[in-house]
Design a protein. Structure first.
Lengths: 228, 679
């Protein structure tokens, strides 16, 4: 057994799947905790202080979407959705309610573990640097973003996305490249993930999300940072 | 007299001399001999009576005008007091009353001609112009024509669309034709009858006058008594002229023969009116008539009927000419024409209107039905027709409503089923996927972590479990995908994508499979971006399917992937050089669970749904997916997608049949420009 790499809260109502997830996560060195009822998820989350949340979208009591929103309201903790539906509507709904990533059932254990690791990877200490896009200044080691001294609260994923763009101001990032750099995907073309998070990021950092100045769209290619 | 005219004459009192003339008022008028003339006159007069005598007012007198006694019949009276016929010009009422007394001729006419049959009196209306009614009619016609032109223009627009218009127009045209034919026939018949009657009356009068003249002239015996003769001739002339007859107004001219050819005449005509042709015939001792222009003393000219007769007297021969002006007849004919024309127009319009009205009664419900049916077809299933009464249209409406009810029920049922199907798909998705995830993870744990500790058969079982779970998963995924298409819930998530990246990404992702099959995948893409509005997830799935299929069926030969874009469309072809497709198979490859060769081993474990889903994916983009194949020459699949989502495709930038098709596959050289290989 390896050393514990992180605490994972599994919110799932299916006992067999939860148990299996526990076996796999423990096998990979994580410390899992389980909650089957969406209504209790928030309480357990506050007690357990997990590093990552695995959240099933279909839950009794409180829907996964609502749980996701509630969690996001009080924490930037990485949330990975477990969903049985790969339809865009369901996926986008989950992402828009605050999830960082999603895994479609049936998933392979390795795939899930890779997703969890990717969400935890960012705990590595970044070099001390300060970046600016437009009137936005980013303090990378301090994990803070501010406009004219006013702090803007971003989730770690949104922060990573913004930093990735800000580090190479003139480069246009394809969605695939962003998926790889920010989410840790390879050979994936699920652009919904990128699109939704760019929208979420814009809603926080742009003065007018309809006319973005910080995160610009390059038609047919992807995104790039606005001029510093 | 001029023009063509045939003049035939015979002995007075012998066979019937006939003079034919080309007078405008009559195409042909025959002069009857005295013997049969009266009989004929009776018949003709009766005919005229039936068709309607005409009074001076211009209104058609139904009862046949004035009776012989000179009294005015009741209807005539009414007419006189202002009962104006619809078709008459009201403005002429004054003239009409002024003219009336002239028709109320001296009494006793009938008694002086007791043998004469009842012949309707022709009366004249002096001083009345014939132009104004024609002017009115002409203006009406011009107006009608203008409306007709507008109607035609309007009709040309709506002709094809409106049954009502077609029926109304056809009725209008046909009834116009009928009315014109009937009108012409009517006018011609009336004209002929009118002139025939006039002629008969004129002959009767002439003969009558002839007897009187002969009797009076026989009194004068001395040829020397020139004054006496002159006086007698004058008296005869005046006497004859003053006689009121059934033949209407007339003037008399008595021409004496011999040394001094002298003409005595009455009335306001000029004796020069008598044409020479007629004189000659009369000079030869015939009773003859002729239509000729009559000159009046005041300079007017008018058509007239001139009857001439030789008078035999002891003192020599004289010629007696009766000049009957035909003004009244002309006016009558003009009036008849006008009346017929106006009635005809009215009739035609009325018929057209009736046709339109009748058709409208049928067409309107049909139109309403069509409208309802359209709305129904557009999805407003609650639409129903209104049912009035119990006629055929009501039957149609109720039949339509029954059909609509039935359809609505069926559609509701199908909708319910579809909703159920979608729910089912969703439920299966969740219910099946959650346990499958558990199984999957369990198999994985078995396979990766504990395999080494297992006895060989258990380890192999774990391996098989793992492999088959892969197949099960992809089969489930494909089934759910295709059921999404079947339930029509698939949604296109189009965005601007550079197809080159998608192609390269797919080739990279399938590199492992290609490597296992020892197949080289060659990629040929343009240097510049090929951007189109596509759903990258679906296009990637299509391309992945095509590339994997090509690798699978390529028998180790290189697989060629080409991308080309135009302003309208982008195309990707995937070519393999395997066994190819047999004739007819190109259309079957997209069938669900179709396999080129059932006996072939399933090396990559495709689900059999890949191409079926790919075809649906392409269709969702409004694109094409084509297959080409020939035995021994491999196969080529071509995906064509519109650059702008939803734009219709016209052509594909790449041909479906490879240029190298006829050459052996081993000789194929791939175009070097812009190509980059990937394994």
């Amino acid at each position: 057994m390896e050393v514990m790499k992180g605490r994972v809260l599994v919110v799932d109502d299916d006992p067999a799947l939860a148990e299996m997830l526990g076996i796999v996560l423990r096998g990979e060195g994580f410390e899992p905790s389980f909650v089957a009822d969406g209504g209790r998820a928030l309480t357990v989350f506050r007690e357990f202080r997990p590093d990552v949340v695995l959240l099933d979208l279909m839950l009794p009591g409180m829907s996964g979407i609502d749980v996701c929103k509630a969690l996001r309201a009080e924490s930037g903790v990485p949330i990975i959705m477990l969903t049985a539906k790969s339809d865009t509507v369901d996926v986008v709904l989950g992402l828009e309610s605050g999830a960082d990533d999603y895994v479609v059932k049936p998933f392979k254990p390795k795939e899930l573990v890779a997703r969890v690791r990717a969400r935890l990877r960012r705990t590595d200490e970044p070099p001390a640097e300060s970046l600016t896009i437009g009137d936005i200044s980013i303090d990378v080691p301090g994990h803070s973003v501010s406009r004219n001294g006013t702090a803007i609260a971003l989730t770690p994923l949104e922060f990573d996305l913004l930093v990735a763009l800000a580090r190479k101001p003139r480069q246009v990032f394809t969605r695939e490249v962003l998926l790889e750099q920010v989410w840790g995907y390879r050979h994936a073309a699920d652009t919904r993930l990128v699109n939704v998070h760019v929208q979420r990021l814009r809603s926080k950092v742009e003065r007018d999300p309809e006319h973005p100045e910080i995160v610009l769209t390059v038609r047919g290619v992807g995104y790039k940072a606005g001029p510093p | 007299m001029s023009g063509t005219r045939a003049l035939r004459g015979d002995r007075h009192g012998g066979d019937r001399p006939v003079v034919e003339s080309n007078l405008p008022a009559a195409a042909a008028a025959s002069a009857e001999g005295d013997g049969s003339a009266q009989d004929q006159g009776v018949d003709l007069a009766t005919g005229v009576d039936e068709t309607g005598g005409v009074d001076e007012t211009g209104g058609v007198d139904e009862t046949g005008g004035v009776d012989e006694t000179g009294g005015v019949d009741e209807t005539g009276g009414v007419d006189e007091t202002g009962g104006v016929d619809e078709t008459a010009d009201v403005g002429l009422a004054a003239e009409r009353t002024a003219g009336w007394p002239s028709r109320a001729a001296p009494p006793g006419r009938a008694s002086r001609q007791p043998a004469e049959p009842a012949v309707p009196t022709r009366a004249t209306a002096p001083g009345r112009g014939v132009g104004s009614p024609f002017e009115v009619a002409r203006l009406a016609l011009v107006r009608l024509r203008r409306h007709a032109v507008e109607a035609v223009r309007w009709a040309s627009d709506r002709w094809r669309r409106s049954l009502q218009l077609r029926v109304a127009t056809t009725t209008l045209l046909v009834s116009t034709l009928v009315v014109v034919v009937v009108g012409v026939l009517l006018v011609n018949t009336i004209t002929a009858r009118l002139l025939d009657a006039k002629q008969a009356a004129a002959y009767a009068e002439t003969k009558n006058g002839l007897r009187i003249a002969e009797r009076q002239l026989s009194v004068v015996v001395s040829s020397d008594d020139r004054d006496s003769l002159r006086a007698t001739l004058k008296t005869v002339t005046e006497d004859l002229a003053s006689r009121g007859t059934d033949a209407g107004l007339f003037s008399i001219a008595v021409v004496s023969e011999g040394k001094e050819r002298q003409t005595y005449y009455s009335g306001d005509v000029q004796p020069v009116s008598i044409p020479d042709d007629l004189r000659h015939v009369v000079d030869q001792g015939h009773l003859a008539d002729m239509y000729a222009p009559i000159l009046f003393k005041d300079g007017r000219a008018g058509t007239g009927l001139i009857v001439g007769a030789p008078v035999t007297a002891p003192l020599g021969s004289f010629r007696l000419f009766y000049l009957f002006p035909l003004q009244a007849e002309e006016r009558t004919i003009a009036l008849v024409r006008q009346t017929v024309a106006l009635t005809g127009i009215l009739l035609v319009l009325l018929l057209g209107g009736i046709a339109a009205l009748v058709t409208r009664q049928v067409v309107r419900p049909v139109r309403a039905a069509a409208q309802i049916a359209e709305q129904f077809a557009a999805g407003r299933l609650e639409q129903r027709m209104r049912v009035h009464g119990k006629d055929e249209l009501a039957l149609l409406a109720s039949a339509f409503n029954d059909m609509a009810d039935s359809l609505q029920r069926q559609i509701r049922k199908l909708e319910d089923m579809s909703r159920l199907q979608r729910r089912f798909t969703s439920d299966v998705s969740h219910e099946l996927r959650t346990p499958l995830t558990t199984v999957r993870m369990a198999a994985d744990v078995l396979y990766y972590s504990s395999r080494a500790d297992f006895p060989p058969e258990v380890a192999r079982s774990a391996e098989l479990l793992q492999d088959e779970l892969d197949r099960f998963e992809s089969l489930l995924a494909d089934l759910l995908e295709i059921s999404r298409y079947d339930a029509r819930v698939a949604v296109l998530e189009a965005e601007a994508v550079d197809l080159r990246r998608l192609v390269r990404g797919v080739v990279e992702a399938t590199a492992a499979i290609a490597g296992r099959q020892h197949t080289v995948v060659l990629v040929d893409t343009p240097d510049e971006p090929v951007v189109a509005d596509v759903d990258p997830r679906r296009v990637e799935r299509i391309l992945r399917n095509l590339v994997v299929n090509a690798i699978e069926h390529g028998a180790g030969h290189p697989v060629e992937v080409r991308l080309l874009g135009s302003t309208e469309a982008i195309a990707v072809t995937v070519r393999d050089h395997g066994v190819g497709l047999r004739p007819g198979e190109a259309g079957m490859v997209f069938d669900r669970f179709w396999r080129a060769d059932p006996s072939r081993d399933r090396r990559t474990g495709g689900t059999g749904l890949g191409l079926a889903i790919s075809l649906e994916d392409a269709r969702l983009h409004g694109g094409w997916l084509h297959a080409w194949g020939r035995p021994g020459q491999g196969a080529q699949f071509r995906l064509t997608l519109p650059v702008h989502s939803g734009a219709p495709l016209v052509s594909s930038p790449l041909p479906i049949e490879p240029e190298s098709a006829t050459r052996p596959p081993v000789d194929v050289g791939f175009p070097p420009v812009g190509s980059d290989g990937a394994t």
